[in-house]
Design a protein around this ligand. Structure first.
Ligand SMILES: NC(=O)c1ccc[n+]([C@@H]2O[C@H](COP(=O)([O-])OP(=O)(O)OC[C@H]3O[C@@H](n4cnc5c(N)ncnc54)[C@H](O)[C@@H]3O)[C@@H](O)[C@H]2O)c1
Ligand SMILES: O=c1ccn([C@@H]2O[C@H](COP(=O)(O)OP(=O)(O)O[C@H]3O[C@H](CO)[C@@H](O)[C@H](O)[C@H]3O)[C@@H](O)[C@H]2O)c(=O)[nH]1
Length: 442
């Protein structure tokens, strides 16, 4: 099929590349000229495991192109995917300006039947608004479909290639058939393509993210109780996760959820509820608890040192991205933790395998002025008063214990991701303070 993908960020680039890999002809469009140039030069602007191989292959075989010219991209396309940003605007409301702007432009360009697909995460009713914006400028036939994307960063290619489900929101049989044909190669294992009305499809995406953010937050609250009563959240996770009604995944307590999706989508569905006269109380609590959880490790550091004045102290930071296997730092707990530590007078030595450059662009001048960025994990230990672990990159899981004692001023670890076994920590002389588990050698 001939497909246009508008917006070549995480979702657009992964979708376009994966659709190309199953034999489709893809033209990706973006307004960012530098990004398009970089992509044309064969460079991928994001870090996403597995993407480069299929990107290179699809380009080599002529199925994947990049342009800044929307009209050229959509001219021959049967399906046009909108993978545009929907950041939080005022009051947490999703900002639809990019989506509606492009919809208006499409109306001026299309002359034959097109399926226009909202793959961005958009509030209920957006399909209707896109339909109106397109129809204002054209008499050509078209359908608007909601097709939310459920990929996770860091596992985006795998998630896209083998989705647990594909949700298609449309009341048009013609559009449903085209979309089903497109997605069939991705669900050969028998996972379902679920066709429903547009509004339910739009809400399904928010419900999924809000449910997952709530699950994580629930475990973070259990962890906070564990710390008060001397229980271990790892044991509780195993104890409840084996109940198939609860499930094993997304039960890991830590320093809160971050990323470009959960924080904004929880806000957006909460806002939609409010606009419709419904007070979504659980999500109100989820947001408040998560705000506190993100910097809970700083409170633990204050308790340990008996002061909130960290002048004269240097802390190593392992992990800046909001989760492993990505260079994305949007709403990363490390951003907030670094700010809080520097505000208390600390100096930082920070290491991340992929996210140093993105972190530098997003953080404050104060943090930049007080942080040394290093290119390997050992260097972030040299002469530091303590190590703070913010992201569970694999390489942090089994470091040589001696390095902590040999390099650090004092072997103290504040672990926001519960990477280490408590018994092993006990046998070493390391002071180890984690989340929802007893503190060791304090
Ligand atoms: N990142 C994820 O893991 C993920 C997963 C599922 C859904 N989503 C949703 O998908 C949407 C896109 O997210 P993303 O992370 O890919 O965003 P992103 O910021 O990485 O990419 C968006 C791209 O759109 C481009 N763009 C902006 N305005 C444009 C215009 N008028 N014409 C053409 N291009 C334009 C930007 O230059 C950018 O390259 C959001 O609604 C998001 O909530 C994201
Ligand atoms: O047990 C867990 C699992 C995750 N997290 C945190 O939750 C956040 C989000 O993690 P994850 O869901 O793996 O990453 P995203 O790439 O943000 O993916 C989410 O957001 C995407 C955008 O909407 C959706 O498409 C995905 O289905 C959804 O998982 C991160 O800060 C994680 O550290 C935890 O704290 N504990």
């Amino acid at each position: 099929m001939n497909i246009a993908v508008v917006g070549t960020g995480y979702v657009g680039l992964v979708s376009g590349t994966c659709f190309a890999d199953s034999g489709n002809d893809i033209t990706c469009v973006d307004i960012d000229e530098n990004k398009v140039k970089q992509l044309r030069d064969g460079e991928i602007p994001i870090y996403e495991p597995g993407l480069k191989t299929i990107f290179d292959r699809s380009i080599r075989e002529g199925r994947l192109r990049f342009t800044t010219d929307l009209e050229e991209a959509v001219k021959d396309a049967e399906i046009i995917f909108l993978c545009l940003p929907t950041p939080p605007g005022a009051d947490g409301q999703a900002d639809l300006s990019a989506v509606l702007k492009v919809a208006g432009q499409l109306g001026k360009m299309i002359t034959d039947y097109k399926v226009i697909v909202n793959k961005s995460t958009v509030p209920v009713g957006t399909a209707d608004r896109v339909r109106e914006a397109v129809a204002e400028n054209t008499d050509a036939e078209f359908d608007v479909v909601s097709n939310p994307e459920f990929l996770r960063e860091g596992a985006a290619v795998e998630d896209f290639m083998k989705p647990e489900r594909v949700v298609i929101g449309t009341s048009s049989e013609r559009a449903a058939e085209l979309m089903t044909t497109l997605y069939e190669p991705f669900v050969r294992s028998g996972n379902p393509i679920i066709v429903m009305d547009e509004r339910s499809s739009e809400l399904t995406k928010y419900a999924a993210n809000a449910m997952l953010a709530t699950k994580i937050t629930f475990m973070n609250e259990i962890a906070n109780i564990c710390e008060k009563v001397g229980a271990n959240v790892d044991n509780i996770r195993r104890g409840i996760g084996t109940d198939s009604r609860i499930g094993k995944r997304f039960l890991f307590a830590g320093i809160g959820y971050g990323g470009s999706c959960f924080p904004k989508d929880v806000q957006a569905i909460h806002y939609t509820a409010g606009q419709n006269g419904y007070d979504f109380k659980i999500l109100d609590s989820v947001m408040k608890v998560n705000e506190k959880q993100k910097v809970s490790i700083v409170k633990k550091m204050e308790d340990y040192y008996g002061t909130s004045d960290f002048s004269g102290k240097t802390f190593g930071i392992w992990g800046l991205s909001f989760k492993p296997e990505t260079d994305d730092i949007r709403e990363a707990p490390a951003l907030y933790i670094a700010e809080e530590l520097v505000e208390r007078g600390a100096k930082l030595i920070a290491y991340d395998p992929e996210a140093i450059e993105t972190f530098k662009k997003a953080t404050t001048k104060e943090v930049l002025d007080n942080t040394t960025f290093v290119l390997n994990q050992q260097d972030a230990l040299v002469d530091v008063d303590a190590l703070v672990i913010c992201t569970e990159w694999n390489e942090f899981r089994r470091p040589t214990i001696d390095r902590f004692q040999d390099h650090m001023k004092k072997a103290v670890i504040f672990d926001g991701r519960n990477l280490y076994d408590l018994n092993r920590a006990k046998k070493s002389n390391i002071t180890y303070i984690s989340v929802g588990r007893p503190s060791i050698n304090v």
